[in-house]
Design a protein around this ligand. Structure first.
Ligand code: 2DT
Length: 228
C-alpha cells in the first residue's frame, strides 16, 4: 500500500475588512468540492480555555499584560500544533485562518503613549519558533482607505485605523524576512503571496485559487518548522 502523502498546509492572513473570513470559507468549500479532505482551523481558537481568555481580552471584557496576552495567543497555537501535524501527515489539508504571523504583526504594533513600540519583533517571534511551517501564506491586503469605504473597522480591541496601519507595515516586514530566510535556506518551502483584497470577491477568490491549485500538482516535502 502506498504511503499517505502529506497534505498542504495553507495559512490565510489578512487585515480587518479584507474579506478574510468569506474567502477562507469559500476556499474550504472549493477544496471540498474538488474532493479534498480539508479542515479549517481559526486562530485564535476561542473555544479552548486559553481561547476563552483571549476572547474576553479582545472584547475588552478583561485586561491582561501585553506579554501575557501575546504568550496566550502563542499557547493557543501550540495546543493545536500536534493536531495540525497529524492531520497533514494523514493527508488532510489544513487551512489556518491566521497563524503566528498575526501573532507578531499585532503584538509588535502595540505602542505606548509616545508612540514607542512596547514589544520587540524578536521577542514576539520567539514563542512561535518551531511551530509547523505552512507551505503557503496568502496575505489579504487592503489599504486603510478601502477598508474605510467598506464600512470601517469593528468593535474589538485592535480594530482601529492607526493600529491596522502598523499591522500592515509589520506584515510586510515579516514577509520580507521570511523571503530572505527562504532564499538562504536549502529548501525553499514557504511561499508568501500578497493578494490585493481591494478587488471584487470573485476576483480575489480566483486569485487565491490560482495559488492553491498548483500545491496539489506536486508532492509536499516533509513538514518543516517555523524559524528553525
Ligand atoms: P479575528 O478578527 O480573525 O478573529 O482575530 N491576533 C490574532 C493577535 O493579536 N495575535 C494572534 O496571534 C492572533 C492569531 C488579530 C482576532 C484578533 O486577534 C488578533 C485580530
Amino acid at each position: 500500500m502506498a504511503a499517505t502523502q502529506r497534505a498542504p498546509f495553507i495559512v490565510i492572513e489578512g487585515l480587518d475588512r479584507s474579506g478574510k473570513t468569506t474567502q477562507t470559507s469559500n476556499l474550504l468549500v472549493r477544496l471540498q468540492k474538488d474532493g479534498k479532505d480539508v479542515q479549517l482551523i481559526k486562530f485564535p481558537d476561542r473555544t479552548t480555555p486559553i481561547g476563552q481568555m483571549i476572547d474576553s481580552y479582545l472584547r475588552s471584557a478583561s485586561e491582561l499584560d501585553d506579554r501575557a496576552i501575546h504568550l496566550l495567543f502563542s499557547a493557543n497555537r501550540w495546543e493545536l500544533a500536534s493536531t495540525i501535524e497529524k492531520l497533514l501527515n494523514s493527508g488532510t489539508t489544513v487551512i489556518c485562518d491566521r497563524y503566528a504571523f498575526s501573532g507578531i504583526a499585532f503584538s509588535a504594533s502595540k505602542v505606548d503613549a509616545s508612540g514607542h513600540r512596547l514589544l520587540s519583533y524578536e521577542w514576539c517571534k520567539s514563542p512561535d519558533i518551531g511551530l509547523p511551517k505552512p507551505d503557503i501564506v496568502l496575505f489579504l491586503d487592503i489599504t486603510p482607505e478601502k477598508a474605510r469605504e467598506r464600512g470601517g473597522y469593528g468593535e474589538e480591541r485592535y480594530e482601529k485605523e492607526e493600529m491596522q496601519r502598523r499591522v500592515r507595515t509589520n506584515f510586510e516586514g515579516i514577509r520580507k524576512e521570511m523571503m530572505e530566510l527562504e532564499s538562504k535556506s536549502q529548501d525553499h518551502t514557504l511561499v508568501w503571496e500578497v493578494i490585493d483584497a481591494g478587488r471584487s470577491l470573485e476576483e480575489v477568490e480566483q486569485d487565491i485559487w490560482s495559488h492553491i491549485e498548483p500545491l496539489y500538482r506536486s508532492q509536499c516535502p516533509s513538514l518543516g518548522r517555523l524559524w528553525k
